[in-house]
Write a protein that binds this ligand. Structure first.
Ligand code: HEC
Length: 145
């Protein structure tokens, strides 16, 4: 018994990296579930990706500008986006983007990523950068009723 233990002891625990990886994967999967996050955490996420904090005033300008196309973000989400918006194409109602008014806004990571991708392509003809997303979040989180 003793001899066996001394043989095992100096060896690396092979299960450890696998266990850490499994925990990491579970955590990553968790962030993709509905209602898994907050608007403040999304601001932190994009600021971290950008390597700089989001700036509300820059976000306001980005959100209300047409970037050479037909629509700005405000065309559908309103200016300011503190009440329900109206889709510029279909006229369908869109829940307010400002988290102070709509507590559901930015609480689902998958939804946030999906709509940023889609709407940025519509408005700026490319995906938004992390800096632009952080700026938009900072702007929206600053909006009061
Ligand atoms: C053509 C209309 C339209 C335009 C223009 C538009 N959006 Fe949207 N956006 C929508 C719709 C519709 C939804 C989905 C609303 C819902 O299901 O609650 C949405 C949802 C979103 C969401 C998800 C919100 C959440 O709760 O997770 C984000 C983020 C967003 N838009 C950002 C933008 C940004 C940034 C721009 C400008 C680059 C923009 N949108 C321009 C129509 C538009």
């Amino acid at each position: 018994m003793n001899a066996k233990l001394t043989w095992i002891k100096p060896r690396r625990p092979h299960w450890l990296p696998a266990a850490l990886l499994a925990a990491g994967l579970a955590a990553a999967a968790g962030t993709a579930r509905a209602g898994d996050t907050t608007a403040a955490r999304q601001l932190e996420r994009f600021s971290a990706q950008a390597g700089t904090p989001g700036q509300a005033e820059r976000g306001r300008i980005f959100f209300t500008s047409r970037h050479g196309g037909e629509w700005s973000c405000a065309s559908c989400h309103g200016n300011p986006p503190a009440s329900a918006g109206k889709h510029a194409g279909t006229g369908k109602s869109i829940a307010a983007l400002a988290p102070a008014i709509n507590p559901q806004a930015f609480t689902d990571t998958t939804k946030v990523d999906k709509w940023f991708r889609r709407n940025c392509k519509d408005v700026v003809q490319r995906e938004c950068t992390a800096t632009e997303k952080a700026d938009v979040l900072a702007y929206l989180l600053n909006l009061m009723r």
